[in-house]
Design a protein around this ligand. Structure first.
Ligand SMILES: Cc1ncc(C[n+]2csc(CCOP(=O)(O)OP(=O)(O)O)c2C)c(N)n1
Ligand code: SF4
Ligand SMILES: [Mg+2]
Length: 278
């Protein structure tokens, strides 16, 4: 099938698995899944050429709900897995899915170095400013005054600014989306996947169970007033001073992606096993 025929043949439903999501009714992650499948259909790639890699969390369940290859890894290690995969199989399209706990707490160090390495893959963080899966502990993006039984009076801690950190660490494409706008999010994902190098897409995705206040996000989000820039200094000023609800592509860099020369495996598995025999 030619690329054009393939694109015409692709429907979002082709990228959905038969597994029914177990997210809470109203969780923003349902719309993120919809954006993923719409973006994949728009790209017209066969599901077996896409790999969705994740860590642990409600958001990290997403690979199982797609028909693409998937890897549900361990907590905070999705980028390490995905980096190894992409350098050894540069022919595959690698999309990494994470949450604010998975990606910015336990996986924070991998985030910095993935931005710095600039391997050609797309990193999507479903940010709900809370640990949803483990029942509502504060995450690095939780507001300091957010008061819960698990953080009485709020943590008092300054939140992590993922977009600024991504820019400072070398990410080559930076965008912010809202789960409640699946068409716009799908378009941004298409551009992120097509853009060479490490693309970072932060999706504000409400946790309706542990952060019911986030239902208000739909009234706060708004499109970014100016077009994306390729100037990191301009992007930094913009990202640091916006209200956190500015949506769209905020930075498109032109750094060359990292792709080491990778030879094919030259050692038989049985020979390796023999070396490690006790
Ligand atoms: C090594 C390790 N530490 C802690 C946990 C417990 N744990 C599972 S998910 C999670 C936080 C998930 O939060 P986030 O990434 O924001 O995902 P969400 O559920 O909000 O989508 C934690 C702490 C774990 N599974 N493994
Ligand atoms: S706990 Fe929150 S993040 Fe997890 S499925 Fe429910 S609404 Fe979604
Ligand atoms: Mg979370």
């Amino acid at each position: 099938m030619s690329t054009v025929d393939m694109r015409l043949a692709c429907k979002p439903t082709d990228y959905k698995s038969d597994i029914k999501p177990i997210w809470c009714p109203g969780c923003g992650d349902y719309h993120v899944l919809m954006s993923f499948t719409r973006a994949f259909a728009e790209l017209g790639l066969p599901p077996e050429q896409i790999v969705v890699v994740s860590g642990i969390g409600c958001s990290s369940r997403i690979p199982a709900y797609t028909s693409c290859y998937g890897f549900h890894g361990v907590h905070g290690r999705s980028l390490a897995l995905a980096s190894g995969l992409k350098v050894s199989r540069p022919d595959l399209t690698v999309v990494v899915a994470s949450g604010d706990g998975d990606g910015y707490s336990i996986g924070g160090n991998h985030f910095l170095h993935a931005c710095r390495r600039n391997i050609d893959m797309t990193y999507v963080v479903m940010d709900n400013h809370i640990y949803g899966m483990t029942k509502g502990q504060p995450s690095p993006t939780t507001e300091p005054e957010y008061d819960t039984a698990l953080s009485p009076g709020g943590t008092g801690l300054r939140p992590f600014h993922p977009l600024v950190i991504a820019l400072a660490s070398g990410a080559n494409f930076i965008a912010r989306c809202f789960s409640g706008e699946p068409n716009e999010t799908a378009s941004v994902l298409v551009e992120a996947i097509r853009h060479p190098g490490f693309s970072f897409v932060e999706i504000l995705s409400p946790c309706v169970t542990f952060r019911p206040d986030e239902k208000e996000w739909k009234n706060l989000v708004h499109p970014a007033p100016v077009a994306a820039t390729n100037d990191p200094a301009k992007a930094a000023r913009r990202i640091m001073t916006d209200d956190g609800f500015n949506l769209g592509i905020l930075y498109r860099g032109d750094r060359k992606p990292y792709q080491p020369a990778v030879g094919s495996a030259s050692v038989e598995l049985s020979a390796l096993e023999k070396d490690f025999e006790l």
